[in-house]
Design a protein around this ligand. Structure first.
Ligand code: XBP
Ligand code: MG
Length: 259
């Protein structure tokens, strides 16, 4: 019996940073630097260094990684964990402010596919390492405040102790939705994301970006440059092909049936 005869595709789970929008270089990175300068630190995360720092997901974890690998002489006054936590809280304020004043656009095809998913009756969710306020700010400033209700579960940030590449955030999301891994498809953009979603055994489609184009996407069902739109065809880089020039719900159902 084919998988499609046994298990139906029921939900699509989106990663946020790098997948829904290119938030890293012009959003998170800028917000980190503003928070550093505000705190009187002379740290500057340029685009290249930030690419290296993306090896570690989660902002607090990324600051700790920076200090342990790239700025080993720095001595925090007092407890390092609280120092990082308050620096990161400032970074979150800056990030939300940046999105409110100058919203970062969603990637090509994201709005179209989300609308198609909603009309098809499939369920929607988000699983991300970023802080919940950041998801709210991105969704509200791009899709509108009502769009927060389109996502049945927004699994984000410290809700699980172990961030991606650990599978925990996707396992949590499945539990919240009462779904099995083989009833879903995930969209991710990075190797850490794919390790996480594949670790939870959920078939995963990748839309890569500049920071992740050389990542190892082993285990992904299909790797594309973006989702594509009517006026902007996407390219399949490896894995399963799509029928037309952009990713549709029918493609996702076909990917799912072939797992
Ligand atoms: C995204 C991240 C996030 C952001 C920062 O990873 O690593 O940590 O860079 O967000 P993914 P916070 O897309 O794989 O979920 O500073 O709020 O942690
Ligand atoms: Mg991502």
């Amino acid at each position: 019996m084919k998988k499609s005869d046994m298990t139906q595709l029921k939900a699509i789970i989106f990663d946020v940073d790098g997948t829904l929008a290119e938030t890293e270089r012009d959003g998170h990175r800028v917000a980190f630097n503003l928070a550093f300068s505000d705190a009187g630190l002379d740290w500057n995360w340029d685009e290249e260094l930030y690419g290296q720092l993306l090896a570690v997901t989660g902002g607090k974890e990324r600051i700790r990684y920076y200090l342990s690998e790239f700025n080993t002489d720095f001595q925090a006054e007092g407890d390092l964990t609280s120092f990082i936590a308050s620096l990161h809280a400032e970074k979150t304020k800056y990030y939300v402010g940046l999105l409110e004043s100058n919203a970062i656009a969603l990637r090509p095809g994201v709005v179209r596919l989300i609308n198609e998913i909603r009309s098809s009756g499939l369920r929607l969710a988000i699983a991300t390492t970023t802080t919940p306020e950041n998801v709210t700010a991105l969704v509200t400033n791009t899709l509108g405040v009502e769009a927060l209700d389109w996502f049945e579960c927004i699994a984000a940030g410290d809700i699980v102790p172990a961030k991606k590449p650990a599978a925990d955030i996707f396992v949590y999301c499945l539990e919240q939705m009462g779904l099995n891994a083989d009833e879903c498809i995930v969209f991710e953009d990075s190797a850490n994301g794919v390790r996480s979603s594949c670790g939870a055994h959920i078939p995963t489609v990748v839309t890569l970006n500049n920071y992740t184009k050389d990542d190892d996407f082993s285990g992904a069902v299909s790797v594309l440059n973006h989702l594509g739109d009517d006026a902007l065809a996407c390219d399949v880089i490896s894995g399963q092909n799509i029928k037309g020039s952009f990713v549709t719900v029918d493609d996702l159902k076909r990917f799912h049936a072939q797992q």
